[in-house]
Structure formats: C-alpha cells, structure tokens
Design a protein around this ligand. Structure first.
Ligand SMILES: [Zn+2]
Length: 460
C-alpha cells in the first residue's frame, strides 16, 4: 500500500510497518548484521501505469465441490491514482459477473478478454478511496481445483479464476476471505483464522484474515477431509494437512521444515512473516506457494518418504515465503526474481542438509539444461520483454538459468559478500515489489562492487 493520505488503512499500515521494524531489529541483533532506516521498504508508486491501487479485498466465496463451480461476492477497496477516471477494470478470468455495486447503486459494466470494465457513476478523483462490490459465479477450469471423490477443493495460480481481483504482482493488498464449505472439511487460507460459523444448512463459514498486504496471486485456500499434525519450533507453528497419511508419515515428509525455516530466516535476515506455516498434501498439483501456506501433491509426499532428496520442493515452496511472496517481482517479466531465487535457495538448503556435493550436482543439472537451450539458440535475457506466451524453454530460463546465475554470482562474490548482499536486498525490499535493477543496486550497494559487467553478461 502506498498512500500517505490520512485514513484508517494508513494508520493500520504504519502500525504494521513499525511492528515489522521492531521484529527486524530484534532479528538483526540476534543474527548479526546491520539494519538501518534506509533499508526499510519505502512507500511509493507501485502500480505500473495502473490508475488505482487496491488496498483491501473482502470476499465471501462458496465453492460447490460436486459441481466444480464457485460463486462469490468481493468488496474491493481502492485508492484512485489518476485524475478523472470514468471507468476501472479488474481481472475476472472466465467468471460470469452478475452485478457490480458501489454502496446501494448498481453500476454498468461489461466483460471483455478476461476483464470486467466498470463505469463509475461519477468520475473518480485523484487519491480518492472508493469501494466496489462485485458478484460473480463460474465453473473455473484453472485457478481452483475440485475433487468431489475426495471432498477436496484448493486454489492454485491464478486467483482471478475464482476471485475478481487485480492479477498484477505489484498490487499488494490485505484480504478477508470467508469460504463456505461442508461441515466436515478442514480448511487453511492465507493469513490467520478469525472465525468459524456453523450455518443453519449445516455448512460452515470459515473466515480468515490476511493483514499484511500481499499480491493477489498468493491469496488462496485449501480444504478437504484432512488429518492434521502440528509441531512447534522456535516460535513458529508448523502445521501439516493431508488425508491418507499417518501422523508418523506426515512427520517424516515434513521432517526438515523447522530446519528449513531457520535456514531461510538466517539467509533472508528477515523473520518468517506469520506465526503459522501450513503445508498441505492435496490430490494433485505441481506445488504452489500461497501466503502462509503451500500445497504439494500426495504423490510428492510419498516420493519424499522414499527419497529424502525430494525434500527440495518443500524447500522451494517455503523459500517463496521470502522470495516471491514478500519480496515480489514488480512484473511477470522479472519473474526470475521469484522463481530463480526459490530454485537457488532450495539448492542452498540442500547443501546445508546433504552437503556440498549434492548442491554441486544440482548446479550441474541447471548448467546443462541452460546450455542445451543456449546451444539451440534459444537463450534470452532473464528480464523478458513480455510474459504473454512463455515457452517451456522460457520457463527453464527463469527457473534454472535464474538459479544458475545466482550460483555464479555467489562464486564471483564469495560466501561472505554474497550472503550479506542477499540479506540486505531481502531486508530492503521485504513486503515490497522489485525489478532486476533493484536487485543489482542492492547487491552493489551492499558489497561495494560494480556488478554491471556481470549483469550485462548473465542477466540482460
Ligand atoms: Zn516456484
């Protein structure tokens, strides 16, 4: 959020920033290093040409698991960033919009190309706060998955397929999410649980609150007939959900979680942002990080039981809580700052857990995948001109070449400078959005080295 106008939202934001600063200070004293006011996230224009910033979403969503449908209503509170706007648009995926209201007034709207365009009844003025409510329904084929046989429903990228919102990763907002589910299901969502209300129908309303502003792609929930195991470690609550896994097996699947948490907090120089981190094994997914929780597949859980080296995906998803969810690429064209980082950090954890040789084996696999693409003439800058139709090679570049380049930067700078730079970068931009130039600047500022030749060769 980046408003300096006097409002309740601003006060709330400043209080949370101050709290974050105190936690950072404590953390810095504990782990060493320096933190100064110049390293705090600076409020400033975040929207890449967007004429408004969303401050808060408040949604009530009713998934119907047996029909694979969803209906909902979302109130979107926003600050206008450009003068005299007569309309506004949101991402709406393949949802059908039933109504848009401002207060009691019904507004005109049209849907086009996965957007809903709403006409303001009176033009929106600069810095004005407005609030719209959008009612919608649909049968999404992506963004949310339904498994009626297993009584499971969970969200995976992208959010606008089940919640009308702004997809752009640099528009961070808070959210209250209420999900209506059959009474026998357990749920996790972004943020923390606020209330659980039994309805006359027997269904249950689960209300969760995400009170740190985050990108909409990290909003989500997962529900099923899960059994649950909770462990406590150094002030964190680690919660594991799955069905068909005994407590002993769940403990083994996620046995490295506390160690990973410690490792990433140390490498980030920033404490984990929530009290609870939840990991869910669901019917089927490639793995998806959301704010405060991750989903991975049951098959993956079984793979970890057979081969401890498979823990790398658990590390990748947890690393995203810092690199991706907290320090977020300002646009998808800079996605290597999310995915290259998470891939690299997972390997750095594997090095700590299984030794240097394991790390070097992973680096070698990145190098060979990257060189295959380069030799085929498909190498590209890690900063993409657009991310509209990425190829499989483009994804490999963002994930594996991105991680390989971070490894090369580590080699170039040496252990002390590299990790100090990563900590300073992460602290400086925690809770904010970043471009590749921000990363280069932070590393140069922290290490005192001119990295322009390195970034020209490997990044641009
Ligand atoms: Zn990832």
């Amino acid at each position: 959020m980046d408003t300096w106008s006097i409002s309740a939202a601003l006060l709330e934001w400043r209080l949370s920033t101050e709290l974050m600063f105190l936690r950072l200070l404590f953390f810095t004293l504990f782990f060493g290093g320096t933190v100064g006011l110049e390293l705090m996230p600076q409020p400033g224009p975040s929207s890449a040409g967007r004429p408004f910033d969303v401050i808060d979403y408040s949604a009530r969503v009713e998934p119907n698991i047996s029909d694979a449908t969803v209906k909902g209503v979302v109130s979107i509170r926003l600050v206008v960033r450009a003068a005299n706007q007569d309309s506004i648009d949101f991402d709406s995926g393949d949802l059908t919009i039933d109504a848009v209201r401002e207060g009691q007034a019904r507004l005109d709207f049209e849907t086009r190309d996965r957007h809903v365009l709403v006409r303001w009844p009176r033009p929106a003025r600069l810095n004005e706060t407005r609030e719209l409510a959008v009612e919608y329904h649909g049968a999404p084929r992506s963004g949310i998955q339904f498994f009626p046989d297993r009584s499971q429903v969970y969200t995976v990228f992208s959010t606008s397929q089940w919640l009308v919102c702004v997809n752009a990763p640099d528009d961070k907002a808070t959210m209250t999410l209420t999900v209506v589910l059959p009474g026998d299901l357990t749920m996790v969502a972004s943020g923390k649980p606020v209330a659980r209300r039994k309805l006359p129908s027997g269904a249950v309303e689960h209300e969760w609150r995400q009170d740190r502003p985050v990108s909409s792609y990290t909003f989500g929930f997962a529900a099923g007939r899960f059994s649950e195991l909770t462990e406590h470690s150094e002030g964190h609550r680690l919660r594991y959900l799955a069905s068909g896994f005994s407590a002993a097996k769940l403990r083994r699947v996620f046995s490295n979680s506390a160690d990973m948490m410690r490792f990433f907090e140390d490498r980030a120089g920033v404490p984990f942002g929530d009290r609870t981190y939840t990991q869910v094994l669901v019917v089927n997914t490639v793995g998806q990080e959301m704010s405060g929780f991750s989903v991975m597949s049951e098959a993956y859980g079984r793979a970890v039981l057979d081969d401890p080296l498979a823990a790398s995906l658990t590390a990748h998803e947890l690393a995203h809580q810092w690199w991706g969810n907290s320090v977020t690429c300002a646009a998808w064209t800079h996605m290597w700052l999310n995915e290259g980082f998470a891939t690299f950090m997972a390997a750095a954890y594997m090095e700590r857990r299984f030794g240097r040789d394991q790390y070097l084996r992973i680096v070698e696999s990145w190098r060979s995948r990257y060189e295959t693409i380069r030799d085929a003439g498909h190498d590209r800058s890690l900063v993409f001109p657009d991310w509209n139709r990425p190829t499989a090679d483009d994804r490999t570049l963002v994930y594996q070449k991105g991680a390989y380049v971070l490894h090369l930067l580590r080699d170039t700078l040496g252990e002390r400078l590299f990790w100090t730079g990563v900590r300073d970068y992460t602290r400086m931009h925690a809770g904010a959005s970043v471009t590749t130039a921000d990363f280069q600047h932070a590393m140069e500022h922290s290490t005192g080295r001119d990295l322009s030749a390195f970034f020209r060769t490997w990044v641009y």
